[in-house]
Design a protein around this ligand. Structure first.
Ligand SMILES: [Zn+2]
Length: 309
């Protein structure tokens, strides 16, 4: 099945007042073109569906947070005209929600304390299937139990069907780290459900997190949202943008060239945006002209480094 056949047959793009999407950056630095592709793509899909679009700052991993990065990201989004329809949420303010979910999983016997270090898991290929910890830690991690033979797959609205054997490919995964930070997987699942997110649009680099998140949703009795994973953005050398020197921040003082570039990277015809010099007019036109059938599944490669004329 090619992507356009699936797109036209799926329900992802039907006009719906119950569509709620989100963009959820981690405050690890300024937004670069790859993150803005996801921001603009998820905004366009939400607008196309007549739905809402939220911004959430994913700052649970305090060891990776860069001071000032969250404020910088919000300033950039505002300059690009991409504003959250509801007040911006920060995961650091939402810890009681994660604690409640963790307690439910502990009570149900699905989660357990784990004293294993990374080296303790060497005999299991680094994938936790049983506790092999040699010593008690003052603060253990908490993991989710994954039974053998637990295969979880999903139909993405853009990418090919994706499936994982959670036991052999992921193992019992961490919900609360030994350093006290909440794991990304738990925070995202709790937040998406609590915020009523119905459609998760994000980069294809997160495809392999989705089965874990679906399993968590099942264990917590939460609904599974629709998923659409946008293509990765590659630099002019074919490397993933965020891993390369070309991952330079977008210029918040001059958003129009970047918005036009992102529009074309999302497979949309450049001429359809017209010649406006207003961000608001460009976004209004983009929201009306956007055609999700034109989204590409394969990674998209920049033809020239961002910022070059
Ligand atoms: Zn263990």
């Amino acid at each position: 099945m090619n992507s356009s056949a699936f797109l036209s047959g799926g329900s992802f793009f039907m006009l719906s007042v119950s569509y709620r999407g989100r963009f959820a950056p981690s405050p690890t630095g300024p937004l670069h073109l790859g993150s803005m592709l996801v921001a603009f793509g998820s905004w366009l899909l939400a607008r196309h569906a007549g739905g809402q679009w939220l911004v959430r700052i994913e700052d649970v991993d305090r060891t990776r947070e860069v001071p000032g990065a969250a404020a910088n990201q919000l300033t950039t989004l505002e300059a690009f005209g991409l504003q959250s329809d509801l007040p911006v949420e920060r995961q650091s303010d939402r810890q009681p929600l994660y604690q409640r979910a963790l307690q439910q999983l502990l009570t149900d016997g699905m989660a357990f304390e784990c004293h294993c270090s990374r080296s303790d898991l060497a005999d299991q290929g680094g994938i936790h299937r049983y506790c092999a910890g040699q010593r008690q830690r003052a603060q253990p991690a908490t993991r989710l139990r994954v039974a053998d033979g637990n295969r979880i797959g999903f139909e993405d609205a853009l990418q090919e069907y994706f499936e994982q054997d959670l036991g052999t490919e992921v193992g019992d995964f961490v919900l609360l780290r030994a350093d006290g930070c909440w794991a990304y997987q738990l925070a995202v699942v709790v937040d998406d459900a609590e915020q009523g997110v119905t459609h998760v649009v994000r980069g294809a680099d997160l495809m392999d997190s989705t089965p874990r998140q679906m399993f968590l949703q099942q264990q917590l009795g939460l609904a599974t949202p629709h998923y659409l994973h946008l293509p990765l953005l590659l630099d002019t050398e074919g490397r993933k943008l965020s891993k390369s020197l070309a991952a330079t921040p977008v210029d918040a003082s001059d958003p129009l060239p970047a918005l036009r570039l992102l529009w074309s990277l999302l497979g949309q015809p450049t001429a359809s945006l017209g010649k406006t010099s207003s961000v608001w007019r460009l976004l209004d036109t983009a929201a009306h002209q956007f055609n999700p059938q034109l989204l590409q599944r394969a990674p998209v490669q920049l033809m020239q480094a961002p910022g070059c004329p």
